[in-house]
Design a protein around this ligand. Structure first.
Ligand code: AMP
Ligand code: MN
Ligand code: MN
Ligand code: MN
Length: 337
């Protein structure tokens, strides 16, 4: 039930969503405030099935527009079928799939937030910053992403030369066969070629033996600056989020510096529940979120049905003591309906 002022929603269990999987059939009341006193959306509420922090949100995934293997439309259908209630497509350094993803989500009756994952160099380490809920047509954001993508082709040629030196030939052309967006050749495409040609058994083995620092095929690269990436996202009306923080090889001191600078530049969120985090990392970054006053995000980082360790919509819930990032983006969610 929705009250006429559109702010208080009484929610009853709905077995047509991920609820049956997640076994949360009891009725809950959720307060969804309407920012800035905006009128309630014309589209009637589809009832959320869970309290806000228990929403099955998956705000990190990749399509053929970067290094995923499913088209945005197929990804939307898969997410909805796996019980995702709020989805974001977050292709690397690229927003070219955003209008397709938003339309596909709408077509299957799933809420959507715009997304991207920006490659940043911080203290000589590659860090990924996810942007959520921005205007995908913002000119400064698009120019920044274009500049970030621009070195990828030359880097890929150097990667192929490095692989050739250890006897792996034709890797550039081989990787290109997997590329859906000529602007966005990535290590993942090389990994798929190395599996196809029998050099490795799976893509995880590729990254253990090749393409990472100190291994054949690795080419150091300078990506965007942290402050620039955060400003492109916030300037386009979005929220910047530190992606999968446990994946970076930082000392505690440098990690603290990353979070401190990120907040100073206007960053507001951190992924606490992701495919890359075990239980210990979820606890650690839940504490970091509270310490730095950050909103918490949740995303699988899904790339492909066979390669990805975490399926869309299958993550644990966000710890209840955290503020979910989607609570601060409700006006964007409504706008996309
Ligand atoms: P790039 O942006 O070209 O450096 O490629 C980075 C992408 O490689 C990541 O987004 C992942 O999709 C993939 N990747 C990096 N490290 C690994 C790993 N250890 N196992 C599997 N995939 C990885
Ligand atoms: Mn990727
Ligand atoms: Mn990433
Ligand atoms: Mn990712």
């Amino acid at each position: 039930m929705v009250s006429k002022n559109g702010t208080t929603v009484s929610i009853s269990g709905n077995t047509s969503t991920g609820l049956s999987v997640r076994a949360r059939a009891e009725t809950r009341r959720v307060r969804l405030s309407c920012p800035g006193g905006r009128a309630a959306p014309a589209t009637p509420w589809r009832p959320y099935t869970q309290a806000v922090h228990l929403l099955n949100a998956d705000l990190h995934s990749h399509s053929t527009v970067s290094d995923g293997t499913l088209e945005p439309e197929a990804l939307a259908q898969r997410a909805q079928a796996r019980g995702v209630e709020l989805w974001a497509l977050t292709d690397h350094d690229e927003v070219g799939g955003q209008h397709r993803a938003a339309a596909a989500a709408r077509a299957v009756g799933m809420d959507y937030l715009t997304g991207c994952e920006i490659s940043v160099t911080f203290a000589d380490v590659t860090v990924h910053i996810v942007g959520l809920g921005f205007d995908p047509d913002d000119a400064a954001l698009r120019a920044g992403l274009q500049a970030t993508r621009s070195g990828r082709s030359a880097r890929a040629r150097e990667m192929a030369e490095s692989l050739a030196r250890v006897g792996v030939r034709g890797a550039y052309e081989g990787a290109l066969k997997y590329v859906g967006n000529p602007d966005l050749i990535s290590r993942t495409h090389f990994a798929r070629f190395l599996v196809e040609s029998g050099v490795c058994g799976d893509t995880h083995e590729v990254f253990r033996r090749y393409l990472t620092e100190g291994k054949p095929g690795y080419v150091p690269h300078r990506w965007a600056r942290l402050g620039d990436a955060v400003r492109w996202i916030t300037g386009a009306g979005g929220i910047a989020v530190v992606a999968h923080p446990a994946r970076y090889p930082f000392t505690p001191t440098v990690e603290y510096a990353l979070f401190t600078e990120f907040v100073a530049h206007g960053g507001r969120g951190v992924e606490v529940v992701t495919g890359a985090h075990g239980v210990a990392e979820q606890h650690k970054y839940a504490d970091m979120a509270l310490e730095f006053g950050l909103l918490a995000s949740r995303g699988s980082d899904f790339h492909d049905p066979d390669e990805s360790r975490t399926e869309l919509g299958s993550l644990p819930d966000l710890p209840g003591r955290l503020r979910p990032v989607w609570g601060a983006l409700q006006d964007r969610i409504w706008r996309a309906r």
